[in-house]
Write a protein that binds this ligand. Sequence first.
Ligand SMILES: [Zn+2]
Length: 355
Amino acid sequence: MSRTTSLGEIIGHRGAIELLQRARRGDRLPHAMLFQGPESVGKGTVARALAAAMLCETGGDLACGSCPACDKVAHGNHPDLLFVHRLSRKIDKGGPMNDVDDASVSDLSAFIRIFQIRELAKHAAFAPREGRCRIFIVDPADRMNPESQNALLKTLEEPPGHSFLILIASRPHLLLSTVRSRSFVVGFAPMPATELAEELVERGIPHDEALARAALSGGRAGRAIDLDLDELLRRREHLTSGLLSLASSPKAIAELSKLAAFLAGKDEDDLIEGLELMAALLRDAARASSGASHEALLHADAADQLTELGNRLGPARAGRLVESVEKLRGELRFNINRTLLAESLLAAVAGGPLP
Ligand SMILES: [Zn+2]
């Protein structure tokens, strides 16, 4: 039987989980919650684990993992746990909020549409079918267009007593302030890499591999466990040597456009990952060139190259580049020109103005 990760088994996020559990014990769990934090940090995992605990027939703090309700949650067919996803991504088992015939799917871009939110509002008013409550997980909530967000306001403001809404967003700046202000915000942050590595070692991953996985995942447990280590090490090597050559020979225009295409990737998710890795490498470069020991770097196993990169750029400029990368990443909107953005950042590495 497949099972849902229980709240007790989740790596990290102890503060957020304890907050939610205390609220549950006091019967004070907010009916409208916004889980926000970087991509793949564990927001969805915590939301599903929380839902499982709320629906478990034992009524305890944690889902038991073996009652019929837990079984249904694990198989995605509990009638009181409903997901709203963007439509062009063919996810899970559909469910009432995602029902749309195949012919029309291709006509819709990847947004959560107003009719899905209207369905949600309707279903939120229904009494629970089997459990004590109904839980709606909107993921990714930042893919609701403004119309959909407006349609959700009334439900967020006066949610029916038995219904709980969990909005999941890695780009909360795309949500209307009216949506954010009506939701109880729970923040999720990556773990310090050393802490995550310790957790991975406890789960049987060899020490050096655990360190590499923790660093390459950017402190995100789920990704640290699932990532393709060889592939990511290759990507890191490619990006590091590309940055080094740009910092060394600012006229390497051909190099710049090849690296920009690599960084831009196939879609926004690729670009975000590339920018995160770039920021981490530049941060290490800045620290190494200011005299930090190799062991203190996140990517300690690439310390020689990163020290050279830091020395070429100088610690102050490397630091400012980190800020630029993070600012652009934080403000990323949909439908941007990814290649142009990557080119402007890489031109800055090659000595051009900071974007
Ligand atoms: Zn159970």
